[in-house]
Design a protein around this ligand. Structure first.
Ligand SMILES: Nc1nc2c(c(=O)[nH]1)N[C@H]1C(S)=C(S)[C@@H](COP(=O)(O)OP(=O)(O)OC[C@H]3O[C@@H](n4cnc5c(=O)[nH]c(N)nc54)[C@H](O)[C@@H]3O)O[C@H]1N2
Ligand SMILES: Nc1nc2c(c(=O)[nH]1)N[C@H]1C(S)=C(S)[C@@H](COP(=O)(O)OP(=O)(O)OC[C@H]3O[C@@H](n4cnc5c(=O)[nH]c(N)nc54)[C@H](O)[C@@H]3O)O[C@H]1N2
Ligand SMILES: [Mo]
Length: 647
């Protein structure tokens, strides 16, 4: 480190090298190079002994939301058929599990209802807790087209983000006050006579209870709790309810809270109140995180769903898969990622097969996460880089990168399944994820061979009616297709839940219930000792735990900072680049300061992108949404102290 007079330091970011050959932990405790045969054998022996000694539920799989649908299908099948448990999950748990839970509760299925093209033709776009300009730049191009075509955009985010800069109006609520804000909008819509009574009567249930629940949330009451001026709340309520068509989009500002699913329900309520769902141009859209996190869930790489989003507790669905796979599927949900970490604590989880996830750095309260990972008897990590998680492993298996070195399909946020193709030669001895899983299955007594990704896809198609119409040829011909696509002849509809508008009651199907959810402030309260509200998130230039984006040099990648409002910087007497210690009730890190007028006093922002330099997750709290298991990454209480000047 080069100290400088003003306390600035030059930092060299950690660069991860691609994994080129298998590694196993030697008797000296160090990882050493091994042959594929030795590494696979070590991996299989560890899984078998965990299962034989402690039962199938002592095993868990983390499946990769960046890899293909086909890989996720094979990974969940390995978990259910080879290991005999439903303990399979992914990073969906850390981000949009509340969206899936909230949408399923309201509409019976967990997908976003709209297509990207709809934001180009809609009249109003609400970006709620979403910095799409940075985190969903491709989607944001569609948003910009919509704005150019005359759509109005509202941004709801405690920070005046880059996304908010494009909005007609920005509402900046205090962190964790989205339910009061949504309820006040709902109340205003009802009182102004702007609710869509015809839609409510025909397609929803629970309206009277909802109206009663939101009644105390007057503009004034909500303004007090949220910090958003009453006229701004009123304006959004009127704009949303009067728009001919409106798209309500949200992401982690809504979901990464201890009550993330409730937050999602509060937003969906607004669409039910106005009928802004189930029509072209109107819908609710959580923009999913990793490139194939939607597909991973669709493929059943989650503990409660079989491929095609069939509920695992549905005996008919289970029976169909049991017959196809020649196995018995345990009739109970497996562990979520969150529960897996709790089970490590209790000692009931003994072996983990972690494919393309880096939980040692992405879990809230990372000190605790690391301690828990160390309790495992057997950890196998299959990745393209030697991550922090891989450095803890007993066996490390080098995979090819799904996005450039592998054939298959992947599913984006608008439910569009698209082909990906191997374009680059993988480095060293790296093998495809599917090949590696099948080799392990064979060592564990299952004669698995797939003659390529298409064979896997066709097996999935035969078991998931929503995917049946998507042959590889058709995916090629139409440049991707959206589910549900049951027919090989017809093209699918590009939005969901049009049935809610059907004249005929039977065709309309199940009513969508209003969510009767209440305000519940963040768990980690600010006080005199920890007076600042820290929220964490993303920047345009970096990706998640930095493993994949760490190796490129760019003047844009500034490394980690704690971003403070100009007022707080002044109060603490710190300037841009000066080092401060940041402490929460869980841990403490040091980082340089950045001053950003996008922040209001009392609010600080850090990313999750540079954990090797500044491990932000030492500060975050593992307060989980009881329904979805997602942690409250968006609300920690911290204090900062200026460090002595170096140099
Ligand atoms: N460049 C880049 N793009 C990415 C990623 C990346 O790492 N880098 N990661 C991908 C992944 S995995 C995901 S899940 C997505 C995430 O995409 P986003 O959810 O857009 O990203 P975040 O920055 O985590 O959070 C969004 C916003 O939530 C706001 N927020 C915080 N607390 C609250 C609150 O209480 N209420 C409201 N209304 N808003 C709040 C924050 O200020 C922040 O601007 O991005 C994906 N795309
Ligand atoms: N403080 C804070 N923490 C957060 C969040 C936050 O907002 N704030 N957000 C959370 C969210 S939304 C998410 S999604 C998680 C992300 O958490 P993780 O998913 O744990 O983190 P990533 O850095 O995305 O790790 C992806 C890994 O997949 C590997 N990989 C990529 N492609 C392939 C492939 O084809 N095959 C294999 N085998 N491996 C591959 C990469 O090398 C990398 O190691 O972090 C969560 N943590
Ligand atoms: Mo995510």
């Amino acid at each position: 480190m080069n100290g400088r007079k003003n306390g600035r330091r030059k930092r060299t970011p950690v660069v991860y090298e691609r994994l080129t050959h298998p590694l196993v932990r030697g008797s000296d405790g160090e990882l050493r190079r091994a042959s594929w045969a030795e590494a696979l054998d070590r991996a299989a022996v560890g899984f078998r002994s965990a299962r034989d000694e402690h039962g199938p539920d002592a095993f868990a799989m983390l499946s990769c939301a960046r890899a293909t649908n086909e890989m996720n299908y094979v990974a969940q099948k390995f978990t259910r058929v080879v290991m005999g448990t439903n303990n399979v999950d992914s990073c969906n748990r850390t981000c949009h599990a509340p969206s899936v839970a909230g949408l399923t509760a309201a509409f019976g299925s967990g997908g976003g209802t709209s297509s990207y093209a709809e934001v180009e033709v809609t009249d109003l776009i609400v970006m709620w807790g979403s910095n799409a300009r940075f985190a969903h730049p491709i989607f944001f191009q569609h948003v910009l087209k919509g704005i150019r075509a005359g759509a109005r955009m509202y941004a709801v985010d405690p920070r005046r983000t880059s996304t908010a800069e494009w909005a007609e109006s920005w509402l900046g609520p205090n962190v964790g006050t989205d339910i009061p804000l949504a309820h006040a909008i709902g109340r205003e819509i009802i009182h102004a006579g702007l609710a869509n009574r015809a839609f409510i009567d025909r397609a929803t249930s629970g309206f009277e209870e909802y109206a009663e629940l939101v009644e105390p949330w007057t503009l004034r009451a909500a303004s007090k709790v949220t910090g958003v001026p009453a006229p701004a709340i009123r304006e959004l309520a009127h704009a949303y309810a009067s728009a001919e068509r409106a798209q309500l989009c949200w992401t982690l500002g809504i979901t990464e809270h201890h009550n993330g699913t409730d937050n999602v329900r509060a937003l969906i309520n607004l669409a039910l109140l106005t009928g802004h769902v189930g029509r072209w141009g109107s819908g609710v859209q959580p923009l999913r995180g990793q490139n194939n996190v939607q597909g991973g869930g669709d493929m059943g790489a989650i503990p409660n769903r079989l491929p095609g989003f069939h509920d695992l507790l549905d005996p008919a669905a289970r029976h169909r898969f049991e017959t196809a796979w020649g196995t018995v599927i345990p009739p109970r949900y497996g562990m979520t990622l969150t529960e897996m970490f709790e089970a490590m604590e209790h000692g009931s989880l003994r072996a983990v097969y972690c494919i393309g996830e880096n939980p040692a750095q992405s879990e809230a309260d990372s000190e605790q996460a690391l301690r828990r990972l160390r309790t495992l008897d057997h950890l196998v990590v299959q990745d393209i880089f030697l991550t922090k998680t891989a450095q803890l492993a007993d066996v490390v298996l080098p995979a090819t990168a799904a996005w450039a070195e592998t054939d298959g399909t992947s599913t984006n946020s608008e439910r569009r399944v698209q082909r990906v193709r191997a374009a680059l030669t993988p480095p060293g001895e790296a093998r495809e994820d599917i090949d590696i899983i099948c080799a392990l299955a064979r060592l564990l007594g299952h004669d698995w061979k797939f003659s390529g990704a298409e064979a896997v896809w066709n097996e999935l198609r035969s078991l998931s009616p929503d995917h049946f119409g998507m042959t590889y040829d058709r995916l090629e011909e139409h440049q991707g297709l959206q589910w549900p696509c049951p027919s090989t002849e017809e093209l699918p509809l590009s939005y969901l839940h049009g049935r809610l508008w059907a004249e005929d009651e039977t065709a309309r199907g199940r009513r969508a219930p209003f969510g009767l959810v209440r305000h519940d402030p963040p768990v980690d309260l600010t006080d005199d000792v920890y007076p600042l509200r820290l929220t964490t998130g993303r920047r345009l230039d970096s990706y998640n735990t930095g493993v994949q984006s760490g190796s490129f040099a760019s003047p844009l990648r500034r490394g980690e900072f704690i971003e403070l409002s100009p007022e707080d910087a002044e109060e603490y007497g710190v300037r841009v680049g000066e080092q401060v210690r940041i402490s929460s009730r869980r841990g403490s890190v040091t980082a340089p300061v950045w001053v950003d007028p996008a922040l209001r006093p009392g609010l600080a922002f850090m990313t999750m992108h540079f954990p090797d330099e500044v491990d932000t997750n030492q500060l975050t709290i593992e307060a989980n949404c009881p329904i979805a298991g997602t942690a409250e990454f968006k609300a920690s209480a911290v204090r900062i102290e200026k460090l002595a000047v170096v140099g």
